[in-house]
Structures are given as C-alpha cells and as structure tokens.
Design a protein around this ligand. Sequence first.
Ligand code: ATP
Ligand code: MG
Length: 383
Amino acid sequence: MIINEANVRKVIPVAGGKGGVGKSVITANLGILLSSYAKQTVAIDLDLGGSNLHTYLGMKNRNAGIGNFLSDRSVKFNDLITDTPYRYLRFVPGDVLVAGLGSIQQSQRNSIVSRIEKIDADYILMDLGSGTGLNVIDFFLISNSGFVVTTPQTPAILNAYSFLKNVAFRQLQRSCTSPKSVVSYLKEVVRDKSPGGTPTIREILRKIRSISAPAGKTAKEAVAALKPQLVINMAETPEDIQMGENLRDLITRNLEINIGCLGVVYYDSGVNQAVRELKPFVVHAHDSIAAVELDRIAQKIIHSPRFPDMPIDTDEYAGSFELAEVEAQNDYAEIEGAPEAAAGAEDGELDVSHEEYAAIIAAQRQEIENLKGTVRMLTMNQR
Ligand SMILES: Nc1ncnc2c1ncn2[C@@H]1O[C@H](COP(=O)(O)OP(=O)(O)OP(=O)(O)O)[C@@H](O)[C@H]1O
Ligand SMILES: [Mg+2]
C-alpha cells in the first residue's frame, strides 16, 4: 500500500459504496483541474463492467483499455495510457471494448496494481465501481487515502460506512498474517453468521490484542494508516455536512479510522447540463458553484505536499470537517445571492427564533439516532 503523505506521487482511488453518487464525474473533472495547474495527471477507469469515465472527459471510446490488457497478453499496460484534449492529463480506458469483465481474479488485480504503482505522474486518479466487492476494495487499498464520495442521504452515508468497514477488515486480513490463532480468528469472523456475530473493527482489534500483543500492535497500526477523504456531493444546504459529521463520528467510534473531509460539492444544474452535452463541467460550466468547489478541492491537494495531511489552522478550525462546514456556508450564501445572511450567522447572530433553533437541534439529534438505528439494522442484515 502506498502511504500518500510519504510519497511524492499521489495515488487517489475514488470510491463510495453507493452507485450514482458522482464518483466518475468527480474523477474526470478533478483530473482536468489538477492538470490545469500543470501537474502530470493520469485518470484510470477501473469501473470494470461499468466503464464510462471517457464520456465525462468528453472523449470517444476508441482506445484499448484495461479490458484489452487483461484479455490479450500482447497488450502492454503503458500502451494503454493515451493523451486527452488536456495537455497534462492522460487517460487509461476501462473495458468498454471487451465485454464481460465485471469480476476479475486476484492475480489480475495484482498485475494491474503493480503497473499503476509504476506510472510516472504527480497524480494518479482511479475511478472505481460501486459496491463493496474485492474488485473495488483491493483497488481502493492501493493507497491509504482514497476518496469516499457520498451524497448526504442516509442510504449513501450507510453505504459509505459499510464500504469503509469492509476496507478496514480487508486491511486487517492482509496485515495480520501471523500467529495462526489470529488468522483463524479473522476467518471465524467472516464465517460467523449468528445474531450478534459481526463485531465492530474496534472489537476485532481488541480481540486480536488479547490473542497476541505483537499482532495487536500490527493490526492497530495497519488500520491507523488508513486516512480516507470524504467528499460530500450533491449537497443542497450547508446543514448537509451534518450527515458527514455523523458518519465521521460513527467511523471513529466503530472503525478506529481517522477520516478527513475534502469538501462539499453542491447539487448544480450546470453539472447535469454538461454531462448531457458530453462535456466536462469544469470546462463547460467553469463558473458554476460545483466547479468552484471542485477547484478548491484540487487546490487543497496541490498545496499539501504531504497530502492527505493538510495544513489547517487549528486555532480557527477543529479539523477538516469544520473547515468544510464554513466553506459550505459561504458557498451557499453565494448561490442564494445573500452573502450578508452568512456573515451574520458567522458572527453568531443566528437569524432564527429560539423555538426554531431548538427544533433544528432536536431534528439533528433525531437524525443521529435514526442513523445509529439504521446502522445497527444494517449490520444485523449483513450477518
Ligand atoms: N454536483 C452535482 N450536481 C448535479 N448533478 C450531479 C452532481 N454530481 C453528479 N451529478 C450527476 O449524477 C449522475 C451520476 O454521476 P456519476 O456517473 O459520476 O456517478 P457514479 O458514482 O460514478 O455512478 P456509478 O456507481 O454508476 O459509476 C450524473 O448524471 C451526474 O450528472
Ligand atoms: Mg461511475
């Protein structure tokens, strides 16, 4: 696994669990933005069985891609890397030209991963499919800090949680290869389908530690190395970040993963319009709020040589989620054309009555409770 903060080249898989949350549109447009700062960028379509990254880049699907590499030994991986209309952006197509490659074998995944690790570029973005299958998880674990894209709706949030739980468990399986008693415990966790049989990652870590102290240390470090970055897409109001914060709290509590937030991208008709016209929205609707927000994310990445570790003024913001919250509030004021309202709110002059305020807080509490309840049900259903 590449530890991005210690690496000059940043490898960024883009996943999310749920389908249709905007993984591909974000991968394509972020690739264009990073390249617009003269950064050598490669975007790879790894959504095997559902490749469509080329359309979001506004390109025709003519070149050989990952599908040809997997089905024809004479095809060399480096020959798949093609130029795009954007000077510093290159592209590796998926499997549109070769049908039926939805699920591939471990050896094939390993072969792709080792080629990607050798690509010479500043940024390597990988568009992954939805779901929590090994195809997605193993590609996500190529680096420690992939993106998790979600919308603020509960089903997407829960899919993101479930995805990261699977990622953490896979990471444990890969790192805890001794002693045998730990390996068999992890196998037992997978087999156990009884009610109450699915422990949290926190509980698994505790159990490993009780079986073997050194394995416990390895396991804790392996999970702590994970630093996924959340992108909340298609938000409608600044309050939507609350769902991201709920997710962060769940993840910290149950998975012991330290997740960051890169920002919020609002639902924007400019994105849909650009997609309909087969053009990238950061070009076609470059002054839309979504384009401005994605550009801010690109700049956060570029200005963080130790990405995903970002230089945040901790006197001003408790962390990346709080920074994203302020950004989302400011952006919202711009959409509404009422920047004064946001400035007032920032000074603590909330323009709501006490009753309204109490109702908002109560609704938020209820939302957290609902989320907790649904997660409980979800984990039970998975057994
Ligand atoms: N910020 C946004 N504002 C408006 N529409 C958006 C936004 N982000 C994504 N969309 C729309 O959502 C749709 C789905 O996006 P996309 O194909 O990128 O999702 P995905 O997560 O890659 O889906 P899949 O899991 O099927 O690969 C697209 O039609 C796109 O126009
Ligand atoms: Mg997609």
